[in-house]
Design a protein around this ligand. Structure first.
Ligand SMILES: [Ca+2]
Length: 362
């Protein structure tokens, strides 16, 4: 008989779903909280959780030595899953030899190398040639793609998760990849060492037409208007990074094979620069000046900040700014331009230098 009263059994039957609902909501909250924490904690990298950050590194290595520092930082950073390294501008096949030999030293021949198209300026040889004199890239145990642009496209399109394209040179490779397959912009984010927002070279009070933009303006315009997330370190932040005194000495004296290779490349690059600029200089004088520089400090380490921004923005102040790449190679603030994330100031430059030293010497 049922008089309409609710029996204890039925109470329990109704209460259980309510308890389960509360437990479910609690579990859901904990899940969301852990997801948020894993997305933003530790290295502040949004959207990638605890998985390694999948990246393609596009570099004009050998033109300036800071790319080699950036490559060493990349290889010493366990946060990254490096899917491909592409060489850009000038003698790209010869540049690939430097990358290959460095990857051999680092024990990272699992990383494929893509040779970008030979574009601009110097098409044969570069300032780190002496370091690869005895190296034959056909001995590289990993994969070398002759068509680096297609390798970039394929790596992005075949990836099951988003990839960061980290570029630290002019952008002929990245622009060509966008041209060949525009959908890469939907599947990748762009991080670059590019431009100059409020400060110019050496911390100057007015912006400069920064080299990586100015050298290939049309290509920079293509990359900076593509429909992907863009993060840059302009000269405002990357243009004032150096290692000197004790910090530099720690790197110089490191026994780490990769760091020793980095210093070896620095020496070769500096020597060749002296020979290029002073045709009549004696070998003794080249050696004396090289020793003086190599034993004292780094050059400006612009590109290391590109690698840093690919993993975190903790030590820099980020601004969302509309940035237009002008035909004369400036990156001007323009409210009508695509909004991108710009590292415009350091919160703690000393801490970044310490981080760099720690990564290169531990
Ligand atoms: Ca560079």
């Amino acid at each position: 008989m049922n008089d309409g009263k609710i029996t204890p059994g039925r109470v329990r039957a109704r209460a259980l779903p309510a308890r389960f609902t509360r437990l479910f909501i609690l579990a859901l909250l904990l899940f969301c909280l852990s997801a948020v924490c894993s997305c933003t904690s530790g290295n502040g990298v949004p959207g990638f959780g605890k998985k390694k950050i999948a990246i393609i590194f596009d570099t004009d290595i050998c033109d300036d030595i800071d790319d080699t520092w950036a490559l060493a930082l990349l290889l010493r950073s366990p946060e990254f899953d490096v899917r491909l390294i592409t060489t850009a501008v000038g003698d790209t096949p010869n540049k690939a030899k430097v990358v290959a030999k460095i990857l051999e030293v680092a024990g990272r021949t699992d990383i494929p190398i893509g040779i970008g198209p030979v574009r601009g300026g110097l098409s044969r040889g570069h300032r780190q040639d002496a370091w690869i004199e005895d190296y034959d890239i056909s001995s590289y145990r990993g994969t070398v793609y002759e068509d680096g642009v297609q390798a970039m496209v394929d790596t992005i399109m075949k990836s099951s998760r988003p990839i960061k394209v980290v570029a630290v040179g002019p952008l002929p490779n990245v622009a060509a990849a966008l041209e060949r397959e525009p959908r890469i912009a939907e599947r990748a984010q762009f991080v670059g060492m590019h431009g100059s927002v409020r400060r110019g070279y050496g911390g100057a009070a007015t912006p400069s037409a920064e080299y990586n933009v100015r050298a290939f303006v049309k290509e920079a315009q293509k990359v900076f208007t593509a429909p992907w997330d863009i993060t840059i370190t302009p000269l405002d932040t990357c243009g004032i990074v150096h290692l000197r005194s004790e910090k530099y000495q720690k790197v110089l004296k490191s026994d780490n094979p990769l760091t020793k290779a980095l210093i070896g490349n620095y020496r070769a690059w500096y020597e060749q620069g002296l020979r290029n600029d002073h045709k009549d200089m004696s070998e003794a004088e080249v050696n004396r000046r090289t020793d003086e520089k190599i034993n004292s400090s780094s050059t400006t380490l612009f590109d290391t900040v590109g690698i840093y921004l690919a993993m975190t923005t903790e030590l820099v102040e980020m601004e969302k700014l509309g940035i237009k790449v002008t035909d004369d190679g400036y990156t001007r603030i323009d409210d009508n331009a695509k909004v991108i994330s710009c590292a415009t100031r350091w919160n703690d430059l000393g801490a970044f230098e310490d981080f760099l030293v720690m990564r290169l010497t531990k």
